[in-house]
Design a protein. Structure first.
Ligand code: HH2
Length: 284
């Protein structure tokens, strides 16, 4: 099994994994995201938020112009571009770290890359072939995420025989597809899609067995930040108060080999990742 290399360089970006798990800061440019909807729905506020995250140690910024929370309706291509492009342009002027675009739409992704984004985060794992072609042509890394169903209905009745096996098999199949489309293995991040068509029990099983996903020969990205299952486990309704529950999952993900964690609370989670990396690197 080929292990992913310690650093990744591509024409428009660079990431160094040698210091441990990296933090991807979430910059939601939406009126309705589940935990911060409306807070940064303004170019200057979103850019300021992103630059704060860079100062706090984020290694990647993930700009999201569409909420994919359970029940959310799709946002048009034009509206996504209107939301994301000015934010990416401005971020690009002020920071050199890679900016990723969180979209399932190839037209939005192309506009984001033109504006200076250098990574694609696709919650549908290249279900649109145009997205695969775009990633290959522009030579940018892609995140391939597992989701059962679609955001509108995904939490109605998620079912699996064995969630770990099914998510693993899906991700392997999508990674092989991505490679067959010309995306190099090193540029592929796999993500089990915590909360996307999964019950709390499914999420817990995936987290308990994260090493399975870290061992597939691709980089692993995990997104648990402030999610509903943490609220269910802790009794905390307000997503912004789910910091400690999120920290537990980030520590676990980093410990089990995730290369990237996708989070809202960058300062705290950078500390968590640093401590875990120090333990991992301690001499025995
Ligand atoms: N989670 C969300 C959105 N995009 N992308 C990846 N790769 N992995 C995730 O777990 C993931 C994701 C949902 O979180 P958030 O962006 O905060 O909320 P919303 O979709 O409501 O904007």
């Amino acid at each position: 099994m080929n292990r992913p290399s310690e650093s990744l360089e591509w024409p428009s970006g660079r990431l160094d994994f040698s210091g441990g798990c990296l933090v991807m800061g979430i910059v939601n440019v939406t009126p309705d995201s589940f935990s911060d909807g409306g807070q940064f729905f303004d170019v200057d506020k979103a850019v300021a938020r992103g630059l704060d995250m860079v100062r706090q140690g984020a290694a990647i910024l993930d700009v999201g112009p569409e909420s994919t929370r359970p029940g959310a309706a799709p946002v048009s291509v034009d509206e996504q571009i209107r939301r994301a492009v000015p934010v990416i342009r401005k971020l690009r002027k002020h920071t050199a770290i890679p900016v990723s675009i969180d979209t399932r739409n190839a037209e939005v992704a192309a506009a984001a890359l033109d504006a200076g984004a250098s990574m694609l985060n696709d919650i549908t794992a290249l279900s649109d072939e145009a997205m695969a072609r775009l990633a290959a042509e522009r030579r940018v890394p892609v995140v391939l995420m597992h989701m059962q169903g679609r955001p509108e209905t995904m939490q109605h009745n998620p079912r699996y025989e064995d969630v770990v096996v099914e998510v693993r098999d899906f991700l392997m199949q999508r990674a092989q597809y991505a490679e067959s489309m010309g995306i190099p293995r090193d540029m592929i991040f796999l993500d089990p899609g915590i909360g996307f068509g999964k019950t709390t029990e499914h999420n817990l099983q995936l987290l308990k067995r994260l090493e399975v996903f870290a061992g597939l020969g691709y980089r692993l990205l995990v997104g648990t930040s402030r999610k509903r299952f943490i609220g269910q486990l802790t009794g905390i309704d307000n997503p912004t108060d789910r910091l400690f529950g999120t920290a537990a999952t980030v520590a676990l993900a980093a410990w089990k080999g995730a290369s990237v964690v996708r989070v809202h609370d960058t300062a705290a989670m950078v500390d968590v990742a640093r401590v875990i990396a120090a333990v991992q690197n301690a001499e025995t």
